[in-house]
Ligand binder design. Sequence first.
Ligand code: EPZ
Length: 417
Amino acid sequence: MSRLVIEGGAPVCGSIAVHGAKNAVLPILAASILCDDGVNVIHNCPDLRDVNITIEILRYLGVKVTRMGNTLTIDARKRLGCHIPEHLMQQLRSSIIFMGAIVARNHKAKISMPGGCELGPRPIDLHNKALAELGCTIKEKKGYLFVRARKLKSKTLTLSFPSVGATENTMLAACLTPGVTVLENAAKEPEIVDLANFLNAMGASICGAGTSTITIHGVTRLHAADYTVMPDRIAAITYLCCAAVTGGNITLHNTVPEHLETALSELAKCGCRVEAQNHTVRLVAPPRLMAIENITTAPYPGFPTDAQSLFLAMLTLADGTSSICERIFKSRFKVAEELQKMGASIAVQADHAMISGVSSLKGAQVSACDLRGGAALVIAALAAKGTTEIDNIHFIDRGYDNLVANLNHLGANVKRI
Ligand code: EPZ
């Protein structure tokens, strides 16, 4: 089992380019199966565990996928399978997005329940309800979902919560459905906009992505597209936190600063100097970070739940007491226990964490419990005195391309063993 060994104390300084967004590329890869008369070319695809498992799913379905650097070509012209086995479905949450895509192409699908990081209950009721409203019958038998829709039908439907995944599944199922589907209370995350842009590049007609109401005019066929995936906003925030917590100075290229607005404004409240221009963000950290009174996670454009663990780690060293409220995923605070092993002072009560900033953390043996929790341990370790060993790093591999090389390039001392 690999682990990361981090010698803390060096300020994270310098510049790097941020890789393509995991949470955009995964639904885009699923969407690529909707094109049966050409080869999609998708650029800026990071080399991540979740992307590689999605490629395995595509190949299992009969799709030809080739990678040249960060560019994937996807040839789904052959007859497409309808079934994804449990051992593939269970490896990531976003495998559920194939439900809408397979049904749109084949009118039936057999998939098991998805897996993914354990962040508390992650039901799929909103996905099922939306697809049922579009005309699917969904039966669950022995852990498998059997989905059928002889004819999908367009309609106006409303999500009871703006779920990212359910919004994506609805867009995929509806884009080849005759008529006009209107999705209300849709998720507004930038990754939704990226998926809509990709589908539109294939000839779909989707407007309103990025707002609460998405309108999808069904088209009869989609053609191949050449598309570049958006930059990863959570990876960008991770590197900014690495610099902020170590008294560093970092310039990130290949970013979309407006996607980072909420996090950048919180970093400014901590005393960081933040400058954003075109596709570049620069952060200069203060000698000591200041505490933040209250961060509450919320759907976009609110503070992202994926950045919560990163801030939790960073604020353990801030001057004063910070408070974080987690409103999206119940078990996001699991990482607090690991941070405590490093000397952090965090009191968790239900969905609240109170963080009393300490003047230093010490290296320890810790274990990643999910993707962003793992990244949070990296942030803490970079600032800690001494050596930290992080195991279970397969979680971190889900979402960070080239993490070790990037951090070493920025002056940190990180080894993968
Ligand atoms: C996406 O997950 C992201 N994953 C997550 O990133 C991210 O944390 C999350 O959106 C919120 O921004 C991908 O895009 C692959 P949701 P998703 O459906 O789609 C509840 C990371 O680290 N819910 O918006 O699963 C759910 O339990 C990952 O990169 C239902 O109740 O998120 C949660 O409380 C982790 N029923 C809330 O909604 C449903 O049917 C948000 O979930 C669906 C969701």
